[in-house]
Design a protein around this ligand. Structure first.
Ligand code: GLN
Length: 179
């Protein structure tokens, strides 16, 4: 059984854990660097990026998280998790993100995304979501909304601006578990 960590400093652990369980993976709450030991993959969930970022610093998780990603472990960041991976935070993804890019509460919405090379559209739930404002050449854009990237991949790191754990479409979690 693959063992997938879900960062549990702040934000949504349960929904990711149940999707992972449905795919035959074990989910482990990650709160300290020791919790990263032996993981086959990691989810950085949605939540609030400011407290999440402070929690990562407080627990001494920033460097261990960078090392985990640099070692090739698959990482999936969702919503605030995308922000954590960007240039201004962990610096694991060569992207700049814009917080609450669609506006605040009013711009929580669902839409069908055209997902590059992933076989058919994907229903996606956006909640006060960021988008990718700018990215380096090594970043592959998997989907856009209104011309702004909302799903990107760079090697073993994938980040999406929406909540794939809430829509019932498990393709991103499958990528994580299979990789
Ligand atoms: N708006 C949040 C932030 O900027 C992210 C929202 C989410 O993760 N659903 O931190």
């Amino acid at each position: 059984m693959p063992l997938i960590g879900v960062l549990a400093i702040q934000g949504g652990f349960e929904a990711h854990a149940s999707v992972l369980a449905g795919l035959g993976a074990d989910a482990r709450r990650v709160r300290t660097p020791a919790d990263l030991e032996g993981l086959d993959g990691l989810v950085i969930p949605g939540g609030e990026s400011t407290p999440m970022s402070l929690g990562i610093e407080r627990e001494g998780l920033a460097e261990p998280l960078r090392e985990l990603a640099a070692a090739g472990t698959p990482v999936l960041g969702t919503c605030a998790g995308l922000i954590m991976l960007d240039r201004d935070h962990l610096g694991v993804l060569d992207v700049s993100s814009r917080r609450n890019a669609f506006g605040r509460q009013v711009r929580s919405f669902e839409t069908d995304l055209d997902l590059n090379g992933a076989g058919g559209p994907m229903r996606a739930v956006f909640i006060r979501a960021p988008w990718v404002e700018e990215h380096g050449d090594g970043v592959e854009v998997l989907a856009e909304v209104e011309g702004h990237p909302v799903a990107v991949r760079q090697g073993n790191v994938t980040a999406v601006a929406f909540h794939p754990e809430l829509s019932g479409d498990t393709r991103f979690h499958e990528w994580l578990v299979k990789r």
